[in-house]
Design a protein around this ligand. Sequence first.
Ligand code: NDP
Length: 318
Amino acid sequence: MEKHKCIIIGTGPAGYTAAIYAARANLKPIMYTGLEPGGQLTTTTEVENFPGYPDGIDGPAMMEDLQKQAQRFGTDVRFGMVTKAEFSTIPGEYHKLTIDESTEVLARTVIIATGASAKYLGLESEKKFMGHGVSACAICDGFFYKGQEVVVVGAGDSAAEEATYLAKLCPKVTVLVRKDHFRASKIMVDRVMKTPNIEVLFNTETVEVQGDKTVSSVKVRNNQTNEERVIPAEGFFVAIGHKPNTDIFKGQLDMDNVGYLITKPGTATTNLPGVFATGDAQDRIYRQAVTAAGSGCMGALEAERYLQEFEEEVTAEA
Ligand code: NDP
């Protein structure tokens, strides 16, 4: 069984930053990409708020740059999904990870950077049309709805961003907001409200996604008047937030009721020795690329310090 000093799970800004730091510290990090290499930023177009890019940068391009930077210092990036984690509770002992339900690898330190995934409404009709009109990523799938009418559900920055993106491709975008106000930042809400082909329906919830083989309309209800109506739409985009990808750590690592990993305040330290949590998997407040990158750095520095405690053993093995 392979033995490593440091394994990083996940390839978003947290994972890559951890890899850059760990590789430069000669920890020879192994990185497993998961199902969505590059993470959430690969599903966004322009990133305007990451420092150092005065003209903004394309999300996937930024992830490619981060990958190159991590590999430049020797990070071994491997396509594979960590399907099981068996953490040791004894300081200095190896943790065991199972990759793609078959290969087992050992690591003295594990840096978790598994991020978060899109949430859905949970309607049967939504499930039925998944991939056939229902999507949680306008940037990935919007192109397929060019020239068609679409509905976006949600009221946060994601919904605002998806609606303005789709409005460039589609003649009509209807945004369903369940309360009487947006949660998104003012600048994003202003953009939505100023876009002529976006209609916002407040106090409105989805009753059913309708269609034959693909989506053709969405039945909605005003939760104040109970009035129902049917909106013609070929695309139904859900943008209601994300769930941290931490299910495989349940029962071993401390997490809150949503699944965000709990770290010692101001650190990436989890309840287990040698296991560090970074990025959106442990951040329910900020969830930004730059905060994820910062916490990835913290995870790697802490892994390095942790390994120093067992330096003699680690050096003997290397
Ligand atoms: P948020 O958690 O911020 O918002 C989720 C939205 O979905 C809320 O408005 C919520 O409504 C609504 N919602 C939740 N469940 C349902 C439901 N069952 N039916 C209808 N509506 C529902 O998630 P986001 O993904 O929008 O944003 C996550 C983070 O990422 C935020 O910090 C955001 O600022 C950031 N972000 C930044 C971007 C940028 O700067 N370019 C782009 C995208 C995201 P309610 O308000 O009623 O609770």
